[in-house]
Design a binder for this molecule. Structure first.
Ligand SMILES: *Cc1c(COP(=O)(O)O)cnc(C)c1O
Length: 344
């Protein structure tokens, strides 16, 4: 299918806002075009609307060209923009496994787009046939979060590729947790699948949740549509500068990921050995899903001891489950201690 047939007609025809800074190309020293303050305080100018320097650095790291890169105010911005580019409100729908990351459904509702949930299979497997069966002529996007939140498992590459082969709308593969996973990123398959969008974020392994920086990788055509719809200056200068610095210290991030992986293994073993824990699900992410007999009760007792975990008891297929982020060695020890206190 041609991409133009997937894009909302009004977006296809949209003439985007053209900022002063994006119209001018060349060398200049007197900037009287954007009604900024002329007094230099380091922040008086609007930031680069397309974040060229930052995209060069990220592109080098991810082995992608800048035209394949979109940067957003968190990957949540990219999710919302994808709805606004591809889904006509009140008409189109999207399909996603259930349970998965909650923002897909929230964005669907905000945009008045029907959200079709398909239950995960046994052991939280990707239900490929059922997902494809839920698709109709108004299905514009299909979301796959791998490793999946809140279950923690990755889906096999072959299963995701089967979806890519059979669904001709936009396939969004959310890789927020890919750095904790043993799987390869789908970003290496962009050339093969022009309808693939890969999402990654600085919020998890990079340890930068507060700067709000997310990434989408896709064909230059799809990226151009995201750029057309985004706010002109969506990434502020503090975030752009900070991220550029950060990219020079990639090995420190890798080291932290290694430490999380060691703690994940340790925590999984300790939890599995506790009578209060009925099941520890395998994790490819920086959290573990754990089944207990009475999740609400355990959640309350943990909270009372100052330990906050995510109660997933009311989520489909997660009855009795708590989602526990991997903390520092000390924090994880406090969690174990608080759980042991309950067993007395
Ligand atoms: C945490 C998370 C994100 C990250 O969102 P940001 O807006 O980049 O902080 C995206 N997808 C999933 C599945 C997540 O769990």
């Amino acid at each position: 299918m041609k991409l133009e047939q997937l894009v909302r007609p009004n977006i296809r025809d949209l003439k985007p806002y053209s900022s002063a800074r994006s119209e001018f190309t060349g060398e200049a020293s007197v900037f009287l075009d954007a009604n900024e303050s002329p007094f230099d305080n380091g922040f008086n100018r609007y930031p680069d609307p397309l974040q060229f320097r930052l995209k060069d650095a990220i592109g080098a790291l991810k082995q992608l060209s800048s035209e394949q890169l979109f940067l957003g105010n968190g990957s949540d911005e990219a999710i919302d923009l994808l709805f606004r580019v591809f889904c006509a409100p009140g008409k189109d729908n999207v399909v996603a496994p259930d349970p998965t990351y909650g923002m897909y459904e929230v964005c669907a509702e905000i945009n008045n787009v029907a959200y079709r949930k398909v239950a995960l299979g046994k052991d939280y497997a990707l239900p490929v046939e059922a997902l494809l069966g839920a698709v109709d002529e108004h299905t514009k996007m299909l979301f796959i979060c791998s490793p999946n939140n809140p279950t923690g498992n990755s889906f096999p590459v072959e299963a995701i590729e089967r979806v890519l082969h059979h669904f001709k709308g936009i396939v969004v593969v959310d890789e927020a947790y890919i750095d904790f996973s043993s799987q390869l990123s789908f970003s290496t398959l962009l050339a093969r699948y022009p309808h693939l969008v890969v999402l990654q974020t600085f919020s998890k392994a990079w340890g930068q949740a507060s700067i709000r920086l997310g990434m989408a990788f896709a064909s230059p055509e799809i990226i151009a549509y995201l750029n057309k719809v985004k706010y002109p200056y969506n990434i502020n200068i503090l975030t752009q500068k900070h991220a550029l610095q950060l990219l020079c210290h990639e090995e420190a991030v890798r080291e932290q990921v290694e430490r999380i992986l060691v703690q994940r293994q340790l925590l999984a073993e300790q939890l599995a050995a506790m009578p209060i824990v009925l099941k520890v699900y395998p994790s490819d992410a920086n959290f573990i899903l754990v089944k207990v007999a009475d999740a609400n009760h355990v959640y309350r007792l943990l909270s009372a001891q100052g330990v906050i975990v995510r109660n997933r008891n009311s989520v489909a297929l997660c009855e009795g489950c708590l989602r526990i982020s991997i903390g520092t060695e000390h924090e994880n020890a406090q969690l174990i201690e608080a759980l042991k206190a309950m067993e007395l």
